[in-house]
Write a new protein. Structure first.
Length: 250
């Protein structure tokens, strides 16, 4: 099993463009945006582009602006200045072409450690100018912890395998909804609950027992039903949902 120190070491060595691509994928699993605009990487290539912000997430209630920093071996004051500069760029309409009232959150992501006092100062810096805009900071410690929860991204970008054959639920749905598995009933179709198969009943059974076995004829929707129960259980308890081959593990 990979430990956090291994992940952090790999993050520190990452190329800036690859770090941005990985960051976009990781943050997508966290925020689940409606739309993504990756301005900081060249389309179809692993190269960075000048511009601000690096990425824009469109949410139902506004936009999230994301800036990535891969500073290393720089004096503390220069590092802090870079982070402040990223904030300034995000609230510069001429650079972003995004009205201030559409910005709900600014996210700073770095493969370096950002001390708590620096984070507090950065939040105060933004708060004094735009109190309605939230500032979220993901330093290397936060990223490493989050990556352990997404085995696919951890393996794809850092080559670190935590649990073989264990994937997060979104990756499972994407994989088994591809044309490669056209012979299977798609599991990315809209889910409609029926009286004979309520999610609430499955959730009740799962809460009362360590295991829940779902049986039935092929094509009845057993996998999709299990996924819906797992999602509901995760939302209710905060438990992480992972899948082992075709079995859901909570």
């Amino acid at each position: 099993m990979a430990i956090l120190s291994d992940i952090k070491s790999a993050l520190e060595r990452m190329d800036a463009a690859l770090f941005q691509q990985m960051g976009d994928e990781l943050l997508t699993t966290i925020y689940k945006p409606i739309n993504i605009e990756s301005r900081g990487t060249k389309e179809g290539q692993v190269k960075t582009l000048k511009g601000s912000p690096d990425t824009v997430f469109t949410m139902s209630d506004g936009k999230i602006l994301i800036e990535y920093t891969t500073q290393s071996n720089r004096p503390k004051d220069q590092f802090v200045a870079k982070l402040k500069s990223d904030i300034d760029s995000c609230i510069n309409i001429k650079k972003t072409r995004i009205p201030i009232d559409e910005i709900k959150e600014i996210v700073l992501v770095s493969n370096q450690r950002i001390a708590i006092d620096i984070q507090d100062n950065l939040r105060t810096y933004l708060l004094e100018q735009y109190p309605d805009i939230k500032l979220t900071i993901f330093s290397i410690d936060d990223i490493a912890t989050k990556l352990r929860q997404v085995p696919r991204i951890l393996q794809e970008y850092l080559g670190i395998v935590t649990f073989p054959n264990l994937v997060e639920i979104d990756s499972f749905i994407k994989r088994f909804s591809s044309t490669k598995f056209s012979y299977l009933t798609p599991i990315n179709n809209p889910y409609f609950e029926i009286d004979a198969q309520p999610i609430s009943k499955g959730l009740e059974l799962l809460k009362a027992n360590d295991f829940l076995i779902i049986s039935g004829e092929p094509g009845m929707g057993k996998t999709r039903y299990a996924i819906e129960i797992a999602k509901a259980f995760s939302d209710m308890t905060g438990a992480e949902v992972l899948l082992l081959r075709k079995r859901i593990v909570i």
